[in-house]
Design a protein around this ligand. Structure first.
Ligand code: PGA
Length: 241
């Protein structure tokens, strides 16, 4: 595992953005694994800026997202479909049909999970997966206790995850209780992983990740089994390290 220390959120985003652009330029057909939330927003801003200024093209690239809330349509402003469209896809030249996010509004959710796993396989797997980490160590929506062997599945969101994400909703009650997420084994299949960690609120989780044991009670620890992980963290997140 490689640890890149940065001064702040902007520098973390820049470092991650440069790695993504490098991979896209050397393999224009790649499949990017993408994430939502506050952490990757700065990276997406960098990719948009770079696309406009330097012409990096995504016409042959594909993307798969980690997760989606159950019960929200793609048009719902709190859905991850909406987030990705607004914060990235609309601003790049990526073909909309090449962007994939689990369908949290599917009627048959178990089938949707199987479809998503198959889709990733058909794409040849994820070349570069961007990840954030939850304060409880979750990756995607794989909450503590999730089997490391898990594939795309339906999860009940942890109370602290719902509380953390309630900042995007008007109230805690409005935060969905369930989600579809790529599993830990699905994430570990990615050829390369970039884990971004920013802010003091993530400092304990990062410390546990770097110095703690590998345990299903701390999902991110599974990344220690992966051979090509780069952690890019800022000073506040690195407070205990
Ligand atoms: P955040 O979420 O980027 O909004 O902090 C990350 C996560 O919970 O995985």
């Amino acid at each position: 595992m490689k640890l890149v220390r940065t001064e702040n959120y902007a520098e973390m985003s820049l470092e991650a953005g440069k790695i993504i652009v490098d991979r896209v330029r050397s393999n224009p057909n790649l499949t990017l694994g993408l994430a939502t939330g506050s952490t990757p927003k700065g990276v997406y801003d960098y990719l948009i800026h770079n696309h406009k200024e330097n012409g990096t093209t995504y016409t042959n690239a594909k993307s798969v997202n980690l997760d989606e809330y159950i019960g929200l349509s793609a048009q719902d402003p709190n859905s991850y479909h909406y987030f990705m469209n607004q914060n990235l896809f609309c601003h790049l030249d990526i073909n909309e049909n090449h962007t994939h996010i689990p369908n949290g509004a599917a009627n048959l959710l178990e089938q949707e999970c199987l479809r998503y796993e198959q889709l990733i396989k058909n794409l040849g797997g994820v070349d570069l997966q961007l990840l954030g980490i939850g304060q409880n160590g979750h990756i995607g929506f794989n909450e503590p206790g999730t089997a490391f062997s898990s594939r795309t599945h339906i999860v009940t969101l942890a109370q602290n995850t719902r509380e953390a994400n309630s900042r995007f909703f008007n109230s805690l009650e409005k935060v969905p209780t369930h989600a579809i997420t790529m599993g830990i084994a699905s994430i570990l299949d990615s050829k390369e992983i970039l884990l971004l960690v920013s802010g003091e609120r993530k400092a304990e989780a990062l410390n546990k990740f770097v110095n703690g044991e590998i345990s299903e009670q701390f999902p991110a620890s599974a990344l220690k089994y992966h051979k090509n992980v780069t952690v890019i963290a800022d000073k506040d997140a690195l407070k205990y390290i």
